[in-house]
Design a protein around this ligand. Structure first.
Ligand SMILES: [Zn+2]
Length: 428
């Protein structure tokens, strides 16, 4: 690998600088660096960020390769500016053994678009009854540090307590999909004014908030670390804020769609808006934005959930829950957080790279853009505006809620350890 000079980029949104990459490493950052022997990427006016890190991606392989594979999912990730993704465990078979997590990890390495860090299941088969082999998954070649039954809640308090105790020994973390199962039986959308008018089964905020309250208290009791997936309500924000003020070791994520969309969209009955947890109210959206800005919510995570069209192009009640998100996440964050003045680019780098890498212990990712660091980088044309066209997605699935919507920002280049995975908006 040779030399690359990224010329005149606004590093983390600051003053224009040159960034010289040699091999897999950032060699120098400064003004007027020599381009001798280097391939030059003109980056005037663009923002250079550390490669993005997604703590919550569904890659679907093994078992649901009709919706996504490690290859198509990591190509989508590279297209969205990501250099590392954490792959959720709800595959077929479930990633609850060292064998499955090593397979997913190796596929990511072989394809070379984006590092894949598998998440291990908390319980065998995601059934919530018996702890999976957490230690064996941690000690495997995949080095699993994040465990989650995502898609399902670890609702048994004793199992949750044991999982928190177990991961504490090696600095791991349990990522909870907070959904009280009995309170959400038959749920089709957010419980509120719109669900009452439409006559659809409601998914009440308390079903999320009660689990988060229990789990932060369990984490405190055990002295362990808990991460809350996809916060969606104003009440959840208040509980996490309270827990952090008490010194409880809790982190939390929000998805781009929960920062932008509300349950009013369900009136269209378009299943593209069906997601779990559901789209909430305007008040919730504003509380989530404020919490991401003040750091109560640590990170943005996509919950990229690809589904084939036959699982989404049907009536609302029968449709699968979930949205793809890797290729639009940064644009939605620019729209909701940067262009509104709530976050600057340096803080976006924290919420989408530094902090998720720290929570998931993703070695070599979420590092500053400075000499000696791994060259995991993403270059963004923040002046761009354009409408979302899913036909151009690298993901195998098209279930985006943003089709035809105009959004700002476009990732033009992504580098994984100095190797270009995206060049001028095209996958390498
Ligand atoms: Zn989930």
């Amino acid at each position: 690998m040779g030399k690359i000079l990224i010329r005149g980029a606004r590093v983390l949104g600051g003053e224009p600088q040159d960034v010289l990459v040699e091999g897999q490493t950032v060699a120098a950052v400064g003004a007027g660096l020599s381009a001798e022997g280097a391939e030059v990427v003109e980056a005037e006016g663009k923002v250079l960020l550390p490669g993005l890190v997604d703590l919550h991606t569904h890659l679907r392989e093994p078992g649901r390769e009709d919706s996504e594979t490690v290859l198509t999912g990591t190509r989508a990730a590279a297209g969205g500016g990501y250099t590392a993704v954490f792959a959720m465990a709800n595959t077929f078979p479930v990633a609850d053994t060292a064998g499955v997590v090593e397979q997913v990890y190796r596929l990511g390495q072989e394809h070379g678009y984006c590092d894949v860090q598998p998440i291990g299941a908390v319980t065998v088969g995601l059934e919530g009854r018996k702890l999976a082999e957490l230690g064996a998954m941690h000690e495997s070649a995949a080095g699993v540090t994040v465990f989650s039954d995502d898609g399902k809640c670890v609702d048994d308090a004793v199992i949750m307590r044991r999982a928190l105790e177990y991961v504490k020994a090696f600095g791991g973390v349990v990522a909870q999909h907070a959904q009280e199962p009995r309170l959400t039986e038959g749920a089709q959308m957010n419980e509120g004014v719109v669900s009452a008018e439409l006559g659809l089964g409601g998914w009440p905020a308390v079903a999320e908030e009660s689990v988060i309250a229990r789990d932060v208290l369990l984490a405190e009791h055990v002295g362990s670390r808990v991460h809350i997936c996809h916060l969606s309500t104003a009440g959840s924000v208040e509980i996490v804020r309270w827990a952090k003020s008490r010194g409880i070791d809790v982190t939390a994520e929000v998805t781009p769609h929960h920062l932008l969309l509300t349950d009013e969209l369900v009136r269209t009955y378009n299943p593209v808006y069906k997601v779990n947890p559901p789209l909430r109210t305007e008040r919730d959206v504003l509380a989530l934005r404020e919490a991401l800005a003040d750091g109560t919510i640590d990170i943005v995570a996509t919950d990229h959930a690809p589904h084939p069209h036959e699982d989404k192009d049907c009536e609302w009640a029968a449709a699968a829950m979930g949205m793809v998100g890797l290729e639009t996440a940064l644009s939605v964050v620019q729209e909701t957080m940067v262009d509104t003045g709530l976050l600057d680019w340096a803080t976006v780098a924290d919420r989408m790279s530094f902090a998720p890498a720290r929570i998931g212990r993703a070695t070599g990712h979420g590092r500053p853009v400075s000499a000696g660091e791994p060259a995991n980088l993403t270059l963004v044309d923040t002046a761009y505006r354009g409408s979302v066209d899913p036909a151009g997605f690298a993901s195998r699935s098209r279930n985006t809620p943003y089709e035809g919507r105009e959004l700002p920002g476009r990732v033009t280049h992504t580098w994984l350890r100095g190797k270009a995975t995206l060049v001028d908006g095209k996958l390498a």
